[in-house]
Design a protein around this ligand. Sequence first.
Ligand code: G1P
Length: 291
Amino acid sequence: MIKKAVIPAAGLGTRFLPATKASPKEMLPIIDTPTIQYVVQEAVDSGIEDILIISGRGKRAIEDHFDRNFELEQRIKEKEDETYNEIMNLSSLANIYFIRQKEINGLGDAIMYARQHTGNEPFAVLLGDTIVDSVIPVTQQLMDIYEQYKSTVIAVEEVPRDKVSRYGIVGGEELSDKLMRLNQLIEKPAVETSPSNLAIAGRYILTPGIYKALEKTPKGKGNELQLTDALIELLKTESIYSKTFEGKRYDIGNKLDFIKTTIEFALKRKEFSSDVLAFMKEIIRDYEKAN
Ligand code: G1P
């Protein structure tokens, strides 16, 4: 059983400036909930008990968010409503630990910081700026494959071919409809050299073998230690599987996707859906009249 998860959240958020100059991108809220809270909730819903967040400079707000805030608790206590319960719940969702990545040296380097924490156990990795809406949490979907093969499993999704250079891309042998045994991984390939349009989607189950592989991996794209490159190294000694997950992925790290996610999530919330829809219809009508 996989009980530990690692959430890398040390990135500078350069795609979301100026909002991320002094605030972590993982704290950008979708409606009223910071992105990283959705990610932590996914881990907890998948049975994870112990979460290590790899943070960095300027990320203290994440620590405070999962800590208690007695003054606030006192203030909202009388109401004992849903908000109060949610706030009280936040600090006891899981055992949450923090470690700081000293320099921004890539996702592979961030994972290296988890070595002592995860030891000889397999663990889940959930990228802190990606949320997935699904019936079964994606991490749980990967765990189910892990239980079958006891090997590394990566969540992938189809992306348009002209977008492959934004992602890690995989190729391999199809075992069943949504499952592949990989023989190729490549970080941000050019369209012409891409083995497929199946993109690494920000959720992984890794075996402890990843640490030795990371040690052997030189710096790659962007002069950073890439997790994808270490997975290529791991492939020499272990099998790696990919699962085309069920669900919808939202990349909160870029502005357009953030806007879309906010609208979509507002439409999913009972208390907002009809008002937001009416407002959208109204502004589209006005916009079309004016243009
Ligand atoms: C990282 C990974 C990449 C993956 C992507 C998913 O890239 O290196 O393989 O496809 O996350 O979001 P980044 O977006 O940090 O550049």
